[in-house]
Design a protein around this ligand. Structure first.
Ligand code: WQD
Length: 340
């Protein structure tokens, strides 16, 4: 019997790649999105890749009536919840918007699920819940502390789910803590598509590579890392999508909840990423060293062991794969040949 999964925010960056992973794994997938942070043509691109039309509900998790209608239209086996605001800096400027959508909208979704007897959910969380870290690489039992309203909403989502599972054992939850997702789908038909000047490193470098931005500003070279620049655990978005498929599989097969890091356990510095991107695009990319960015830490890498034990998850793709796929996406080098 084919299982049906709802992706809230499924037209977004991680959601659209997860859509492809689920379809490839035999799931029937439905997308719910308000397109506040997704291009309108993403469903068409997904249909071009899969060869089948996308089942789409355009609307907002802030609208309980809309949510009730979506759950009345399908018999879902599970939900993956991506629909949330995710810019750390913006969350400082607009904390109530973030709490309204990321917490209020989340509660609306959970209530609609409960009313429809759907109690399997994968929650898109973030390494940001670890705050100022005490150890590296970071294990899942590291304390959670919020350093921004965005991080507060992610910790709140995790705590809501913990309370729900404790109160009602019919629920099973997969909480996935992403480290630094980068890259694009092998076809180069979908990828990260920031609405304005990117905050994150790789989409910023991509804009430098295609000539839309003059140079990369490297936020500090005086950290305690191999070359003094910030070190992060970058994970290919297609590996991240695979992690979501494994999480849904586990919830449906075992009914066991889990909270795992999705990272590689390896770290790359800013200058190492810049070098890899230069290799991918075949040109030197200009940069300048500027002062540190407020709130940045030196190192953030994942302990990847638990995802391997619980889900059988292993990130396969390399930093070069990430940069090559990002470059193919931003430079429009479509690829129809089968994945290697
Ligand atoms: C990576 C490194 C910067 C831009 C953020 C969010 C986190 C999560 C992932 C949602 C750092 C350096 C960056 C630039 C630079 N998002 N950098 N110049 O800060 O690790 O994590 O995205 O869940 O919540 O905080 O990612 O890509 O912004 O920065 O030198 O123009 O690149 O200092 O060392 P970050 P990032």
């Amino acid at each position: 019997m084919t299982k049906t999964v709802l992706l809230t925010g499924g037209a977004g960056y991680i959601g659209s790649h997860t859509y492809l992973g689920l379809v490839a794994s035999g799931y029937d997938v439905v997308i719910l999105d308000n397109f506040s942070n997704a291009q309108e043509d993403v469903p068409l691109r997904l249909a071009r890749i899969t060869g089948s039309p996308v089942k789409l509900h355009r609307g907002d998790v802030l609208d309980p009536v809309f949510l009730t209608g979506v759950f009345a239209a399908h018999d879902f086996d599970a939900v993956i919840h991506f629909a949330a605001k995710k810019a750390v800096g913006e969350s400082v400027a607009k904390p109530l918007d973030y709490i309204q959508t990321n917490v209020g909208g989340f509660v609306n979704l959970l209530q609609a699920m409960d009313a429809a007897d759907v109690r399997r959910i994968v929650f898109s969380s973030s390494a940001t819940v670890y705050g100022d870290t005490l150890v590296q690489p970071i294990p899942e039992d590291h304390p959670r502390t919020y350093t921004s309203p965005y991080a507060y909403t992610k910790i709140s989502g995790e705590l809501i789910l913990e309370q729900l599972v404790a109160a009602d054992p019919r629920w099973a939850v997969g909480t996935l803590r992403y480290f630094n997702p980068v890259g694009a789908h092998y076809s180069a038909l979908i990828g990260e598509d920031p609405q304005d000047i990117p905050n994150n490193l790789v989409p910023y470098i991509a804009k430098v590579a295609i000539g839309e931005l003059p140079r990369l500003q490297v936020f500090g070279d005086d950290y305690d890392t191999p070359d003094g620049t910030g070190l992060r655990d970058y994970i290919h978005v297609e590996d991240l999508a695979d992690g979501h498929v494994l999480s849904v599989n586990a919830l449906l097969e075992t009914g066991q909840s889990h909270t795992v890091n999705l990272g590689t356990g390896e770290g790359s510095t800013v200058l190492e990423v810049l070098r890899a991107y230069s290799d991918a695009c075949g040109k030197e990319l200009p940069f300048e060293i500027v002062p540190r960015r407020d709130g940045d830490v030196a190192v953030l890498t994942a302990r990847p062991d638990l995802a391997r034990q619980v889900l059988g998850f292993n990130a396969k793709r390399t930093l070069d794969d990430m940069c090559q796929s990002s470059w193919a996406w931003v430079s429009g080098q479509l690829r129809n040949d089968p994945k290697p």
